[in-house]
Design a protein around this ligand. Structure first.
Ligand code: H2U
Ligand code: ZN
Length: 351
């Protein structure tokens, strides 16, 4: 595939139906634009002013319990509400629909200064188990069709607080990004009789060029169609539609691969690596979704260093996405980044 390493081209995203322009020859251009501020030093393990730390007060006077592992609560500033009468407005081309929802926040750990990359597999397994419980509980609510679990990490991605946490939005509709992926997965199954992501994973494992790391149950890879410079896709080897289907061993393997992948991210520029990540899984509207394959997307904004991010502007806003470094070279750099966290490296194993 040397053509893809040198010549400008576009690639098809089999999961969304989009195309992305790839310009491998363009990475040599100089950079004189914005330089992002470096993140703060590692935060303390307890911050008396943090609204997520155990025992502290949140907005509206709620007090967090002295939790020991994970802690979930209803978002005090929820974007959507579970109550309200349904309505629909159609005024010519202007259409609107009511949207109910329930938003929660899940703290991963009582330790304020930790990140996924610095948590133990045991502790992260509890986070994965909580995701399964939350998916089931929120999905069982009669109006909820989609449960979106996502983590914003780092100031650059708009995280409001360094305390390790994620958000859960249970919503009445099937959001656009989900809908497109449901459609491609359904069409693939109708045409080929197999699962799109099972087929994709076996092709990637065969080619091995874009694999970052793997364990018994999961594979992390830079997708052929990645848009963000170091975007990755996390796939279970076994076909399953949702996170509550994981066995105990698979929950631990998910914890393990998330820790290892985020360690590689942190090691890349020897700084806490910002990203938005989240899971795509089956809708919870009671329908049959044999074509849906659980997966997580990681979308990190960084391009060249801890301070130079990729901007989705110009052609990308008005035309479509584009990237410079190839997904293959991004995978190679993530493989080379290693799995001993840079903060744990002593001089002898840092070389
Ligand atoms: P983010 O860091 O991804 O923004 O998530 C933190 C969430 O915590 C955010 O959605 C909520 C915010 O609404 N929050 C509370 O629910 N209570 C608070 O006291 C402060 C922040
Ligand atoms: Zn905290």
């Amino acid at each position: 595939m040397s053509l893809l390493a040198d010549a400008p081209h576009r690639r098809y995203n089999a999961l969304t139906g989009d195309w992305v322009i790839v310009s491998p020859h363009r990475t040599k251009r100089p950079w004189q634009g914005q330089v992002e501020r470096l993140p703060h030093a590692t935060p303390p393990s307890y911050d008396p002013s943090c609204y997520l730390c155990p025992g502290n007060e949140r907005a509206g006077g709620h007090r967090n319990p002295a939790y020991q592992s994970t802690f979930v609560f209803d978002n005090d500033f929820a974007a959507l509400l579970p109550t309200g009468d349904p309505f629909a407005l159609n005024i010519g081309l202007l259409r609107a629909r009511s949207e109910r929802g329930l938003c929660r926040v899940l703290c991963f750990s009582p330790h304020h200064g930790l990140t996924v990359s610095r948590m133990s597999d045991d502790a992260l397994s509890l986070v994965v188990a909580a995701w399964g419980t939350q998916f089931r509980e929120l999905g069982a609510m009669d109006f909820v069709r989609t449960v979106q679990i996502f983590e914003n990490r780092g100031d650059m991605m708009g995280a409001s607080n360094p305390h390790p946490h994620c958000q859960l939005w249970a919503v009445e509709s099937i959001p656009f990004e989900h809908a497109r992926e449901l459609e491609t997965q359904s069409a693939h199954r109708a045409k080929r009789g197999s699962c799109l992501l099972c087929d994709y994973l076996s092709q990637e494992l065969h080619e091995a060029e874009r694999i970052v790391c793997e364990n018994d149950s999961f594979v992390a890879l830079v997708p052929f169609w990645a848009v963000w410079p170091f975007e990755t896709l996390l796939l279970p080897r076994r076909h399953m539609a949702a996170i509550d289907e994981l066995t105990t061993a698979e929950r631990r393997d998910l914890a393990n691969i998330m820790r290892r992948l985020t360690t590689r991210y942190d090691n890349l520029f020897e700084s806490p690596f910002p990203y938005s990540m989240g899971f795509h899984q089956r809708p919870t509207d009671g329908g049959d979704y044999p074509h849906v394959h659980l997966h997580a997307h990681y979308y990190p904004p960084l391009l060249r260093s801890a301070t130079v991010r990729k901007f989705m502007v110009g052609f990308e806003m008005l035309g479509g996405p584009a990237r410079d470094i190839t997904p293959e070279s991004a995978a190679e750099r993530l493989r080379a980044a290693g799995e001993i966290h840079y903060l744990d490296q002593t001089e002898s194993n840092a070389t």
